[in-house]
Design a protein around this ligand. Structure first.
Ligand code: DAH
Length: 338
């Protein structure tokens, strides 16, 4: 029995020494010290050993048990330590992987186009002026020669706060507000939000407009044509054909709408231009003398040109966007394309 214990001691310690992982170590441990492990069985069977040998064998077996437990604990510490070292020496970060991309913000297409348009005019000496979005009937309609019962109000149905106070339906009221405060001559460009009771693929209840007003002596329709031609050739391209089509606005006389050659089909006729080859882009005209009078200017001394355009519409034509609602959905996949 004594020799047997010596052999067990030798082999078990050798096995512990050879172990390289925690799981292997636990296997060795259970083989010797587990419930049916070799040493556990020997201790259990001590009662069958002749009495004279029992105490020495018992002592020997217990010593072996203690030594093995200590050796196993020690081996476990070593394995844990070398694992730690391995982790430090061989970091789990793969420096060859591409880095995580930081998403950069960019200007919203409406802001972008507004900037582009206002820049064309500021380069030509126009000043940027803004006005309130909650507007009085007087500035939004009355002073612009649109009295209460005028049919032009039909196209300008809006959100009313009271009968006299509403969300402005266009940026034209800024013309009146500026003329009331400033002596002529005047060159202003007025970007901003406007509101109408409209909602479909090409209309949203809120959209953006840019208003232009130039007041001086001897302004002619030729000035208007020249100015808007420069504008369209800068925003689209120099070869874009345009035409002035007679129209009506209560605040200009004469009035016109400007069409540009369809940007989709280049004038051949398609779905976007309803087969005509032309697309309406803005309204304009020479300031109606009544508007000057309403704003406190003397219509006999002064002349002026005015125009107004929708920013969403311009952006849609410029970038080939076919649904206006895309501008307001804030989908990063859409916005990041500009
Ligand atoms: N205010 C007009 C609208 O919202 C656009 C417009 C047309 C403005 C002609 C002008 C203009 O200044 O002369 O429909």
């Amino acid at each position: 029995m004594k020799e047997e214990l010596t052999t067990i001691r030798q082999t078990s310690l050798k096995e512990i020494e050879a172990v390289t992982s925690e799981s292997e170590l636990y296997q060795v441990k259970s083989r010797y010290l587990g419930r049916s492990g070799t040493i556990t069985q020997i201790v259990k069977n001590l009662k069958n050993i002749p009495a004279e040998e029992r105490s020495t064998i018992g002592k020997e077996a217990n010593d072996l048990k203690k030594d093995l437990t200590a050796a196993i604990d020690n081996a476990l510490q070593n394995i844990k330590q070398s694992k730690k070292l391995e982790h430090i020496e061989k970091p789990s970060i793969d420096v060859t992987l591409p880095g995580r991309k930081q998403l950069l913000g960019n200007k919203h297409p409406i802001t972008l186009v507004t900037d582009q348009i206002t820049q064309v005019f500021t380069t030509l000496g126009f000043e940027i002026v803004e006005g309130p979005e909650i507007e009085l009937d007087f500035f939004n309609f009355e002073a612009l020669n649109i009295p209460k019962d005028h049919p032009a109000r039909d196209m300008h149905d809006t959100f009313y706060v009271t009968e006299e106070v509403m969300l402005r339906t266009h940026t034209s009221p800024v013309q009146i507000r500026t003329m009331q405060k400033t002596k002529p001559p005047l060159k202003i460009i007025c970007p901003g939000k406007v509101y109408r009771c409209d909602s479909d693929v090409s209309h949203t209840p809120m959209f953006h407009q840019i208003e232009g007003l130039m007041v001086d002596t001897n302004i002619t329709f030729g000035d208007l044509k020249g100015l808007l031609t420069i504008f369209i050739h800068t925003i689209f391209d120099e070869n874009t054909a345009l035409r002035f089509r007679p129209s009506f606005f209560p605040f200009t006389e004469p009035s016109a709408e400007v069409d540009i050659q369809c940007v989709m089909c280049r004038g051949a006729g398609c779905r976007v231009c309803s087969g005509t080859g032309w697309i309406e882009i803005l309204g304009c005209g020479l300031v109606n003398p009544k508007v000057f009078a309403n704003a406190g200017y003397n219509p006999d001394e002064i002349t002026g040109l005015a125009f107004g355009l929708g920013v969403e519409r311009t952006a849609m034509l410029k970038y080939g966007v076919n649904d206006i609602r895309l501008f307001f959905e804030n989908d990063y996949r859409f916005l990041s394309q500009f």
